[in-house]
Write a protein that binds this ligand. Structure first.
Ligand code: FE2
Length: 415
């Protein structure tokens, strides 16, 4: 049966206000389309592809609450990494699923339909990975999950770390991860980058590295990662997450590197709330913002997106899966609010994230693609962002995942 969604303000498509959906796919987009058996009025609201969260740690969500006071450190990245193993020992497949589903629910109920999750594989039992591989299958009707084999404790801080990452890829992880700035010496960090790229090529996997998540401007692993994927023509399949140190780099170095990033077409993910919280901790004043060069990446056509990173874990106590909140924080910290910038910033939590995940072929509101979209409680991009509006509905394969009522006031406003 065909159904028509009408009276929509379609993001980046002024020529259309209606979509006809059949068998879960968009079959027509335009104006004054033929009548259908079922017709759904979208109330003149903004319609866009679903939010993408390209960077989330689903095996950590809500573990801060589980840890109690012991989990609350002073707020530095490296301290949180040290705290984590104590908790990791207590995990079971069921306990991971119980918390992860809360995080997934937080995100899906606020318009996310695509999540890339980094799962810690520095556990010889692969408890969290097993849980997530099952969840990925079980939940595919409501959300697409990409799994990164992420060595939280590094590949070279103990023996056998690299092998665990390789084993996780064989078990079914979609993406190779790494954390070069946590390795015990620069040379091991570099070695890990070589390994990550080799593993990506060997197993035909995407790459997403926690790269230079530090204020130290001498942490420059992004340079080696970019050079290797440029040489292998693997940039579009590669992402550098965080790259906080690039926000502290000297301009002469940064602009040279951005020329090279353009050549490789490597993707970047910035985690605005997380890194605004974690970075700059050793600074007195002035205190750095901790973000990579989001504004300059956008100006130079380098693909960059925003992610949530953490929900209530030892790294970050807040987080609720609301990508509008991430966007709002991100555009403040990156200072991207001019009128032309505002017209583009929704891409940071939609199309640009989809590119990091290599979803271009299937993602977006076009004829022939899955009828996946969200409806925002405003009719223009500017008003939606300024008011940080809710997602009123999320549609997947042509069916509502949820519909939300607009907020009503008990006391009428008197102007
Ligand atoms: Fe992360």
């Amino acid at each position: 049966m065909k159904k028509k969604f009408f009276n929509a303000k379609i993001y980046r498509n002024d020529a259309a206000t209606e979509m006809i959906v059949e068998n879960g796919k968009i079959v027509q987009i335009g104006k004054n389309l033929p009548k259908c058996e079922e017709e759904i009025d979208l109330g003149g609201k903004l319609v866009m592809p679903p939010y993408v969260d390209p960077h989330l740690h689903l095996d950590y969500v809500y573990t801060l609450s589980e840890l109690g006071q012991e989990g609350a450190g002073s707020g530095t990245l490296f301290e949180a990494i040290e705290l984590w193993p104590k908790f990791k020992e207590t995990l079971t497949v069921e306990s991971v699923k119980k918390l992860a589903i809360k995080g997934i629910h937080d995100e899906v109920s606020q318009g996310v339909q695509h999540i890339r999750t980094h799962i810690d594989v520095t556990d010889p039992n692969f408890t969290a990975l097993k849980a997530m591989l099952e969840m990925k299958q079980d939940l595919k009707d409501i959300v697409d999950i990409q799994i990164v084999a992420f060595p939280q404790q590094g590949m070279y801080t103990y023996k056998g770390g690299r092998e665990l990452v390789e084993e996780a890829l064989k078990m079914g992880a979609d993406v190779v991860g790494g954390i070069p700035h946590y390795e015990p010496a620069r040379e091991f960090g570099e070695q890990s980058i070589h390994d990550i790229v080799k593993l990506g090529l060997k197993y035909d996997k995407l790459i997403d590295v926690h790269c230079d998540e530090t204020d130290d401007p001498n942490s420059r692993f992004v340079e080696l990662l970019n050079a290797l994927v440029l040489m292998e023509d693997y940039g579009t399949r590669t992402t550098a997450s965080h790259t906080c140190s690039f926000g502290s780099a000297d301009n002469s170095y940064a602009y040279r590197m951005m020329d090279l990033f353009k050549k490789s077409k490597m993707n970047f993910i910035s985690l605005p709330t997380e890194n605004a919280y974690l970075q700059g901790r050793q600074d007195t004043y002035p205190k750095r913002r901790g973000l990579t060069r989001v504004k300059e990446f956008m100006e130079n056509g380098i693909n960059v997106s925003f992610g949530q990173d953490s929900i209530n874990d030892p790294w970050y106590p807040m987080g609720n899966g609301n990508m509008m909140n991430i966007l709002d924080n991100g555009i403040h910290l990156a200072q991207t609010m001019s009128a032309p910038e505002i017209e583009k910033v929704f891409d940071l939590i939609t199309y640009n994230g989809a590119r990091c995940l290599n979803l271009q072929e299937t993602y977006g509101l076009e004829v022939g693609k899955a009828a996946n979209f969200i409806v925002l409680n405003e009719s223009t991009v500017y008003e939606a962002i300024r008011k940080r509006v809710d997602v009123l509905a999320s549609v997947r394969n042509g069916e509502f995942l949820f519909r939300r009522q607009e907020m009503k006031y008990d006391i009428p406003l008197k102007l």
